[in-house]
Ligand binder design. Structure first.
Ligand code: NAD
Length: 510
């Protein structure tokens, strides 16, 4: 671990935000803390550029956006170094969960968007002489407000999809990781996308609030539940549609017949990847009593073998935590759980030295009333609770105000699917964790307070469009029967017809 003094994250010259390496405390650079006027000007520039971009045929837009994958891969090594330095995660995580996700998403949507956004005919079941179809047009300017835990893949994935859909985009990245967002802007500019079309506005919460108020046509917000509620209310005030990708408290249900070797590995990766700072992290485990002890033994053995440290200079499995306040949060939750009777099987303490670390931690003896089982940990701690049955596990899994992801472990896929369908979550994975965020064709989003709307997949792509309906005449008729003048004869005829269509059918038995 580095030895430089920790620089408070927000200190720096007036009007600037300093970015620093969370593993060492070494400053990396600073960016402007932008005000409402700068945000408005950025939105106006994006809007002017969007008029031309929105008129470019979709196939041609896809051709141009696909260049982003190429410039991304050309500069991948430098970008990965920056993600590791500013975000604290490991190189493997920077490659697999940030760069690869955006490269694949870009290629996927550039290939499939022309089909996914093609006009959709709606066969009319009664008025056969008329036709209907949906067509999808750009929303205009999309405001993207992003968190720090996936500072590249979350915002830049959204930006790519919004550009394909024909929009201009203004991104407000997290104040913790602005340099990565600016590197993303550089990659997109180098791909030949008009520089005014995609803008980055750096700043803290008020800059994000200014973006919502700046006249954007759609907001994609990813962040905490508390901020999400404020942003959704501000969108509501302006009647701007939005998607809210918020917090998670993913339960893992471990059935009596689970493959424990695979399950323990999956739980370790699902709980400690990116130091547990993943909205889909394994945040609580409900293990069947018959396998609980062996599962814990395996999980603890894997956890003890993990190497933690400064990923920018060492080969490590678990890097630094991006935000100092998050380390405090994990410590608070672990300490409170221990006070309430939980047992630390391994880890349990913050790391020594100037960097922001918390040891990968496994806790047993946890109970549902503990905060560690109810509040988002967002750090490398896995609380485990013993349950008597799968039914109890399902009930406890659903006993949460959040519902982003959930996991089920069982060798019986049919039974696991039955369980998965009873769990209240946007995505349930069986015998695997986290990785569907990297599948651009699958929808991502939560139920309950984990959010509103979906990103990725055809659903997420269409959210970035205005879907409009056109109704036209397939067969020309001189007039419709319900037009003026109203006549008793037409009324009688129409009522008879309706009785035939919607009334009790002579051949029906009940
Ligand atoms: P946060 O809510 O503190 O901040 C998110 C963004 O909102 C930041 O850019 C911040 O500057 C901005 N912001 C703050 N106040 C604002 C306001 N009033 N108006 C507009 N913007 C404002 O969240 P965070 O700490 O950056 O991220 C961690 C949270 O994000 C966790 O709860 C995590 O679960 C969640 N998250 C969810 C997903 C998902 O896909 N559902 C993905 C990643 C992270």
């Amino acid at each position: 671990m580095g030895s430089a003094a920790v620089v408070p994250p927000q200190a720096g010259p007036a009007g600037r935000i300093v970015s620093y390496n969370p593993a060492t405390g070494v400053p990396l650079g600073d960016v402007p803390d932008m005000g409402a006027d700068e945000v408005k000007a950025a939105v106006a520039r994006a809007r002017a550029a969007q008029r031309e971009w929105g008129a470019v045929p979709l196939v041609e837009r896809c051709r141009r956006v696909s260049r982003i994958a190429e410039t991304l891969m050309e500069g991948a090594s430098e970008l990965i170094e920056l993600i590791v330095k500013e975000g604290g995660k490991t190189r493997m995580e920077a490659l697999g969960t940030e760069v690869a996700v955006v490269a694949d998403l870009t290629r996927y949507f550039c290939k499939h968007a022309p089909k996914l956004l093609a006009p959709e005919p709606i066969p009319l079941h009664l008025l056969k002489h008329r036709g209907s179809y949906l067509h999808h047009v750009p929303r205009g300017v999309v405001g993207v407000i992003a968190p720090w835990n996936f500072p590249f893949s979350i915002p830049i994935g959204e930006v790519v999809m919004a550009l394909i859909a024909g929009n201009g985009v203004v991104l407000k990245p997290s104040e913790m990781t602005p340099l990565i967002a600016l590197a993303g802007k550089d990659i997109i500019d180098r791909a030949g996308i008009p520089p005014e079309l995609f803008q980055v506005v750096t700043g803290r919460g008020p800059t994000g609030a200014a973006l919502v108020e700046s006249g954007v046509d759609f907001v994609v917000f990813t962040g905490s539940v508390a901020t999400g509620k404020r942003v959704a209310a501000a969108c509501g005030e302006r009647l701007i549609p939005c998607t809210m990708e918020l917090g998670g408290k993913a339960p893992a249900i471990v059935c009596a017949d689970a493959d424990l070797a695979r399950t323990a590995q999956a739980l370790a990766w699902g709980g400690f990847c990116n130091s547990g700072q993943v909205c889909a992290s394994v945040e609580r485990v409900y293990a069947h009593a018959s396998v609980h002890d062996e599962l814990v033994e395996r999980l603890v053995a894997i956890t003890r073998g993990l190497r933690q440290g400064d990923a920018s200079s060492d080969e490590v499995d678990v890097g630094a935590m991006t935000w100092d306040k998050q380390v405090d949060n994990v410590e608070r939750l672990v300490d409170a759980a221990v006070k309430a009777g939980a047992v630390v099987q391994t880890g349990g303490k913050r790391g020594k030295g100037p960097g922001q670390f918390f040891e990968p931690t496994v806790l047993t003896g946890c109970t549902q009333d503990m905060d560690i089982m109810r509040k988002e940990i967002f750090g490398p701690a896995i609380p485990v609770m013993k349950v008597a049955s799968e039914e109890e596990a399902i009930r406890l899994a659903n006993d949460s105000h959040l519902g982003l992801n959930a996991y089920v472990f069982s060798k019986d896929t049919a039974r696991a699917r039955q369980i998965a369908e009873q769990v209240e979550a946007g995505t349930v994975m069986i015998n695997d964790v986290l990785n569907t965020y990297g599948c651009p064709e699958t929808p991502w989003g939560g139920v309950k307070q984990s959010g509103v709307g979906r990103t990725h997949s055809v659903i997420g792509l269409k959210e970035l469009c205005q879907t409009r309906h056109v109704n036209y005449d397939r067969v020309a008729v001189p007039r419709e029967i319900w037009w003026y003048p109203y006549k008793q004869r037409t009324f009688d005829w129409a009522l008879k017809g309706m009785k035939l269509l919607f009334g009790k059918r002579p051949w029906s038995r009940d």
